[in-house]
Design a binder for this molecule. Structure first.
Ligand SMILES: [Zn+2]
Length: 189
């Protein structure tokens, strides 16, 4: 029964990506509701199947927002598993425990990216948007180290590039000043 639901979800995503494209899928309340209604194990199973299908996909773009990072990770997990001849392909699974920390909507966007990667052979780039304010102008990749685990990369505009790495660390006063920067100045770079 669980397997049936996971296959239905997989088919639904693939058909919608084909029919309305990535943005159409992400904007669909129906699909989001269906995805949220699945439990963590079912979503992990869908992501596992999609990652496996996309295991040969080229990772040409850096993961610079949450969903693209999850998608890059999933493809790389599958690729590593596939290359390791001692591991049976059929037993590949993305770890449910690690996915449990990732918000449902981020998982869904990652799943959509994996559908595209499986189909085109290339993992799509992250949306061209600043990670803090969402503008699509003057973006640069910003890399930063973390205390443990891999470093992180994200897109920042020229204004937001000077802010602390984690938006939650931004003091309110700084945040307020940034919001007052006139759009024309932010664009003039
Ligand atoms: Zn910005």
């Amino acid at each position: 029964m669980a397997e049936k639901r996971e296959l239905a979800l997989l088919r639904l995503l693939a058909e919608w990506v084909e029919g309305v494209g990535v943005e159409g899928v992400l904007g669909s309340e129906f699909l989001r509701g269906t995805w949220d209604g699945a439990d963590g194990e079912q979503r992990a199973a869908v992501l596992t199947r999609l990652a496996w299908r996309a295991r040969h996909a080229e990772v040409r773009h850096r993961g610079t927002h949450d969903a693209s990072r999850v998608a890059v990770w999933a493809v790389q997990e599958a690729a590593v598993w596939h290359r390791a001849s001692t591991l049976a392909d059929a037993s590949f699974r993305l770890p449910v425990g690690q996915l449990a920390w990732i918000a449902s909507e981020v998982q869904m966007e990652a799943a959509v990216r994996l559908v595209v990667a499986g189909r085109t052979g290339v993992l799509p780039p992250a949306p061209y948007r600043c990670a803090v304010c969402g503008t699509d102008r003057c973006l640069q990749v910003r890399s930063y180290e973390r205390g443990s685990g891999p470093g992180r990369e994200e897109l920042r505009c020229a204004v937001c590039a000077g802010l602390p790495a984690d938006p939650e660390e931004i003091p309110e006063a700084v945040d307020a000043i940034c919001r007052r920067v006139p759009r024309s100045r932010a664009e003039g770079c």
